[in-house]
Design a binder for this molecule. Structure first.
Ligand code: GUN
Length: 287
């Protein structure tokens, strides 16, 4: 049977339209959710992401505040801007676009963002809360993966999830989120012995390594769900995921395409995090 193609574009559009409705409700109470995006330097890919974030923010009726700083901006200047944004009541979410230039201490910058405005969920305080299963900002891409699984009605309880990749942005947090939903989780990485054998037992494979088609189609257990977080450029124009798509789709029950799978979810979930942050502010104000 042909695999169900999990349409990230359509799911992200649905999430955004739900957000727009909730933004309206908050605005009626006098709160406009606000997202600040900070870009240091002029990496073209980062510039495209930042432009998309701003556009979607405005489309959903949110306040957007953009800060584009030159590549030679000092650590102190960047920290000063973050302090200002932390104190700005119109801002409920702050995102500093990564990667930062080499002379900047990224950890120090991420820790300077108020944990109450940490729309990326990268602050150690929020990472810790995620690890102990407390409500927190959920990192956007893993949060998007969870929403996609919910959308196809997939219950993770008791399932074998194999995560390929152990990054702080995707692999580790997505593993924690699956664990919170009662899955049995294995995290694989570059030193895993016999990756193929581990992937073969998975009910759900989540690939997030950033290596073109390194998860082979014949490793996929018939009927498994395949979530491909990778976006790899091959040649001038072509984008492929971390999974050999065509061969995996012959075995999987459901699979995310690349592009048009997990990719569109990330910005939608960033806006969701900003909305949730503004809602918390509203709840505190009405106490
Ligand atoms: N650069 C690439 N992806 C991301 C992301 O999710 N958040 C931030 N802040 N920077 C990124």
């Amino acid at each position: 049977m042909a695999a169900q193609i999990i349409d990230g574009k359509a799911i992200a559009a649905k999430v955004r339209s739900r957000i727009a409705g909730q933004v309206e409700q908050l605005k009626a109470k006098g709160i406009t959710p606000g997202l600040a995006v900070v870009l240091v330097g002029d990496d073209p890919a980062s510039r495209v992401y930042v432009g998309m974030k701003k556009k979607m923010c405005l489309e959903l009726g949110m306040h957007s505040s953009d800060h584009e700083l030159p590549a030679d901006t000092s650590q102190a200047k960047l920290l000063e801007l973050i302090d200002q944004l932390n104190a700005d009541e119109r801002i409920h979410g702050i995102l500093v676009q990564l990667p930062l230039p080499a002379h900047i201490d990224t950890d120090q910058v991420l820790e300077a963002i108020s944990p109450m405005k940490d729309a990326d969920g990268f602050h150690p305080y929020n990472v810790g809360r995620l690890a102990i299963g407390k409500p927190t900002f959920q990192p956007c891409t893993p949060y998007g993966v969870m929403v996609m699984l919910e959308e196809i009605g997939y219950d993770l309880q008791g399932k074998e999830v194999v995560v390929v990749g152990r990054s702080n942005i995707v692999g580790k947090p997505v593993a924690l989120m699956c664990l919170a939903r009662h899955a049995t989780v294995t995290i694989c990485h570059s030193r895993t012995r016999d990756l193929a054998e581990v992937v073969r037992r998975a009910d759900v494979v989540i690939a997030a390594v950033g290596k073109a088609e390194m998860v082979k189609g014949d490793w996929i257990k018939p009927g498994a769900v395949v979530i491909d977080v990778g976006i790899n450029r091959v040649g001038e124009k072509k984008l492929v995921g971390d999974v050999e798509y065509a061969a995996a789709a012959e075995r999987a029950s459901a699979i995310t395409p690349v592009p048009g799978g997990v990719g569109p979810m990330t910005i939608a979930m960033l806006l969701q995090n900003t909305l949730e942050s503004a809602q918390r502010t509203g709840n505190e104000a009405s106490r």
